[in-house]
Design a binder for this molecule. Structure first.
Ligand code: FBP
Length: 547
């Protein structure tokens, strides 16, 4: 394989580790934990892994441990730094005992059940250090939720003499990791399960998990692209760029990119929901800003749109929830229709009157997209819904009316963009390279200490990496009960943008200024080599949350 000069240079990058992981590690037990909500129900479902203490690492004595075989799985969407988690696990295991072995299950959790694996040797791991992507073993969205899968996975692990699994994934995958940990512990199967917090969406975070890996790099890539578009907008002065940003539910990516680039508009889904805004309200707000800028002669601008917006507009949320339930129970019948028109009519007749009105008022393309297959976790695939195009059309129609009423005197030409896949496999920033490697090393220590049902945690992340605090957090601590596929299930609570949080407040303080005036910032590309203040800084979200 031909490598670029940057790839070759990155191979030699040595990720920076917190002090506690640089040598031997001592584990310090903190207080016992309870789940964030629904304590009695969660404890009942996880009698063996509920309430375990928080763990933190300190430098300690060298320990000898017997040789172990460990399996690793990448689950869900790609996120920059996954390869470094794996190299961290590998190096951590080898440091503990050079006879330790690491096996990678291929194509996500499905690989564990289907017994598709490779041994991750030094040569394989070296090839992927500090690179983006998940191609070392691939990823997938198969959900581990049935006893037959757990049993098959157990047989496969026994065949390879695997006694611990690391599942690198988002909130849903870590929920499943915890269910698996509980199952194996209850059964005395002798298989530990450790989770690692991954997702560019940034919505797997809490007091003990400050950020999920990949968020930093993905936001930096999107911010570079937004900055470039803003340069173009400010040079050509003729387009309004509507930029949809990945992030499924939460608007963390949009908010972080707004803080980095200062666009004219950034919609925060969580605010839309809290204020109970309708789609028309959102469109009117945008149209008013377009008109205000046009009055100053600025017929151009940028608007950031979170991928999950439609699910946060209350009437749309209700519609989507009804569609989720309806489609889950009537999949075969709905899929039997060949034409979208017939499918829409069939569905429209069978949902509530209120939701029907919203459904039929949507452009056909959007209504069709809302009926597409759900992901294996029952979520609408929001990356397939072209909200950016829908908003351009609706703003255009609104401005036409405003023009007639003499409220808009300018021009409006919209350009839609969607940034998602562009950032998910980028070469990890120094922050993500260091953070991921530290998470991998942390997972190897948790395994060596016999822990199960824990997630690797590395905190204090705005300090220099030497001062980061590594440890483990029981996954049950992050759980609450939510409705999935029409049934109440224990799941890790999703961290949405907090409207009382510092990042959002910083944004609100400045957004009016950014809307009317052109205050763009052009962050430029990620820098991998150079001064610390250019290369090692993490997100503004973390900075504002922690300062
Ligand atoms: P994870 O939650 O698995 O990390 O995936 C995040 C994400 O990139 C979302 O931002 C996006 O909506 C979704 O995956 C896209 O999924 P797919 O890769 O299946 O197109």
């Amino acid at each position: 394989m031909i490598k670029s000069p940057l790839q070759i240079a990155r191979e030699n990058y040595a990720p920076k580790l917190p002090k506690s992981l640089q040598g031997s590690v001592k584990i310090v037990e903190g207080k016992n934990t309870e789940s964030v909500a629904d304590q009695a129900e969660i404890e009942k479902i996880f009698p063996n892994t509920y309430g375990m203490p928080l763990l933190s690492f300190e430098p300690g004595e060298v320990k000898v441990s017997s040789a172990r075989n460990v399996g690793v799985i990448l689950s869900g969407g790609q996120a920059p730094g996954g390869h470094n988690v794996i190299s961290g696990i590998y190096d951590g295991l080898k440091k503990l005992n050079s006879d330790n072995k690491l096996f990678g299950f291929l194509g996500g959790p499905g690989g564990l059940v289907d017994n598709q694996y490779i041994e991750l040797t030094e040569d394989v791991v070296n090839h992927y250090r500090n690179t983006g992507g998940f191609d070392i073993i691939g990823s997938g969205r198969t959900k581990l939720e049935e006893e037959a899968q757990y049993e098959q996975a157990l047989l496969n692990c026994r065949e390879l003499d695997i006694t611990a699994l690391v599942i690198i994934g988002g909130d849903d995958s870590n929920t499943n990791a915890c269910v698996l940990a509980e199952y194996y512990k209850a059964k005395g199967a002798g298989i530990q399960v450790i989770g690692v917090p991954k997702t560019i969406d940034g919505d797997l975070k809490n007091e003990m998990v400050e950020t999920s890996f990949g968020f930093d790099t993905a936001c930096k890539v999107y911010s570079e692209l937004i900055g470039n578009i803003q340069r173009d907008a400010n040079s050509a002065k003729k387009y309004w760029h509507f930029i949809k940003l990945m992030g499924r539910s939460a608007s963390h990516i949009g908010l972080e990119c707004a803080l980095q680039t200062q666009p004219n508009i950034c919609i925060i889904s969580e605010e839309v929901e809290a204020k109970q805004l309708t789609l028309d309200d959102v469109v009117t707000d945008i149209a008013n800003i377009v008109a205000k800028r046009a009055a100053n002669g600025d017929n151009f601008g940028t608007a950031l749109i979170p991928e999950g917006l439609v699910e946060f507009i209350p009437a749309m949320k209700k519609l989507i929830a009804e569609l989720n339930d309806f489609l889950a129970h009537n999949e075969a019948e709905v899929n039997a229709f060949e034409g979208n028109k017939e499918k829409r009519e069939f569905v429209a007749e069978r949902i509530s009157k209120e939701s029907r009105e919203v459904f039929v008022s949507l452009p056909n393309s959007i209504a069709n997209q809302l009926m597409l297959d759900r992901d294996p976790h029952g979520n609408v695939q929001v990356s397939l819904i072209e909200t950016e195009k829908m908003l351009i059309d609706m703003v255009k129609a609104k401005l036409k009316k405003m023009k007639k009423a003499g409220e808009f005197k300018g021009k409006f030409k919209g350009q839609p963009h969607f940034f998602g896949y562009e950032g998910r496999c980028a070469a990890p920033s120094n922050f993500d390279a260091d953070y991921c490697y530290s998470l991998g090393c942390t997972a190897s220590v948790l395994i060596a200490e016999g822990k199960t049902g824990y997630m690797a945690s590395v905190r204090n992340l705005i300090a220099p990496s030497e001062e980061w605090i590594a440890g483990g957090v029981p996954v049950t601590m992050m759980m609450n009960m939510e409705k999935r596929h029409g049934e109440m299930k224990p799941v890790i609570q999703k961290a949405l943008v907090r409207l009382d949080g510092a990042p959002y407040k910083k944004f609100v303080e400045q957004r009016e200024d950014w809307a009317g005036n052109t205050k763009y910032v052009y962050p430029g590309p990620i820098q991998y080599f150079g001064p610390t203040e250019v290369c090692d800084l993490t997100t503004k979200t973390l900075k504002y949350e922690q300062e």
